[in-house]
Design a protein around this ligand. Structure first.
Ligand SMILES: Cc1cc2nc3c(=O)[nH]c(=O)nc-3n(C[C@H](O)[C@H](O)[C@H](O)COP(=O)(O)O)c2cc1C
Ligand SMILES: CC(C)CC(=O)C(=O)O
Length: 344
């Protein structure tokens, strides 16, 4: 991997305060286990918007998997299918949602997209995602300005020449140029900063698929998204890559889960690294936690097999943590299992 590619993946925005705090915030919480509850059988499986998954852990959408593996998102999909993991495939992927879904049997796929200035193209892409086999649309709503990325000296990342972005262009453009030659800067400027809650209702109607709103950090916004038709809220600050200085996801997850109640599912990403992090997220009210950078590192290190091994290991860590906490399944994790860590 090139140095700028590594800086792009690992880095955050501004002074990287939020990037660091995402990790620290999970450390500021402590699990409080319950004992003597027969932990012979401990199940990690759950459902996410009705889709059965092997563990309450998913792959967050991340752009350009060809930066880390020549097969790009199709390698990711093979690892996801092998381990029963839900994969959220980015709009800025190098492989189309269709090719990603076709990479293995039983790929559990959700497509992540932005609302574009061109609503006709937005609708076309959403329909294409559905026809590819995506079981939900994940709309990312934290892309209303261009972040300053510290490790790239404030500049946007320039992808390698000829990199394909098939989910960012119309079918006609994709057919004529195989999705190549799309300028990433132009694609990012196609994201519509005028997006509001009313667009959620519209986007959901485009496909009828369940809608997940990703990038929510305030309980009132979460409630308004649900009022507008969202089926799930993904609490996320984009891995500290958008607004630097904003709140860590672990610090706001509980309030958002309380605001949403049982009207929608709640997920979280940002700094999730271990089984205990995942179980802390469940205790605060998330149904699942998603990982970004760790999955890219595993893919870079060992391709699909490396990613599958990483996901299997994380699942085992979740299973072990559930057992130690006295929970025979994710559904048994309660708010009482987590509390602020005492002073050091
Ligand atoms: C290299 C990279 C690319 C990303 N690309 C996208 C993207 O295309 N769409 C999106 O919604 N989020 C994107 N994200 C954000 C992730 O979905 C997720 O919010 C974040 O990575 C979670 O934090 P973590 O890396 O600490 O696990 C990206 C993150 C990284 C690291
Ligand atoms: C192409 C970008 C939208 C990818 C992204 O979300 C990111 O780099 O964090």
């Amino acid at each position: 991997m090139t140095t700028p590619a590594l800086a792009y993946i690992e880095g955050g925005s501004g002074d990287e305060e939020t990037l660091r705090d995402n990790l620290d915030a999970w450390r500021r919480l402590a699990l409080q286990p319950r004992v003597l509850r027969d932990m012979t059988q401990v199940e990690t499986a759950t459902t996410l918007l009705g889709t059965a998954v092997g563990a309450p852990v998913g792959l967050a959408p991340t752009a350009m998997h060809c930066l880390v593996d020549p097969d790009g998102e199709t390698a990711t999909a093979r690892a996801a299918a092998e381990t029963g993991t839900l994969m959220v495939a980015s709009q800025a992927a190098n492989r189309s949602w269709q090719d990603t879904a076709a990479a293995a049997t039983d790929v559990l796929l959700w497509a992540q997209m932005y609302v574009l200035r061109d609503r006709g193209l937005t609708r076309e892409l959403a329909v294409r995602a559905k026809e590819s086999g995506s079981r939900a649309i994940v709309v990312c709503v934290d892309g209303v300005a261009v972040p300053r990325r510290a490790r790239l000296e404030g500049h946007a990342f320039v992808p390698p020449e000829g990199m394909a972005f098939p989910n960012l262009v119309s079918a006609a453009a994709a057919a004529s140029a195989n999705g190549r030659g799309v300028d990433l800067g132009a694609a990012v400027s196609a994201f519509d900063p005028s997006v509001t809650f009313a667009d959620l209702t519209w986007l959901k109607e485009c496909t009828g698929l369940p809608l997940v709103v990703k990038g929510v950090l305030h309980p009132h916004d979460a409630a308004a998204c649900v009022d507008a038709g969202a089926d799930a809220i993904a609490v996320s600050n984009h891995g500290g890559r958008q607004l630097d200085g904003c709140i860590a996801t672990a610090d706001v997850l509980g309030e958002i889960a309380d605001a949403v109640g049982d009207r929608a599912e709640v997920y979280v990403d940002g700094g999730i690294r271990t089984g205990p992090d995942v179980v802390k997220a469940l205790a605060l009210g998330a149904r699942a936690a998603f990982v970004g950078r760790p999955a890219l590192r595993a893919l870079a290190d060992g391709s699909a097999a490396g990613l599958a091994a990483y996901l299997a290991d994380l699942r085992e860590d979740v299973r072990r943590t559930l057992a130690f906490c006295g929970c025979a399944s994710p559904a048994e994790v309660r708010r009482e299992h987590v509390r602020p860590r005492g002073p050091r």
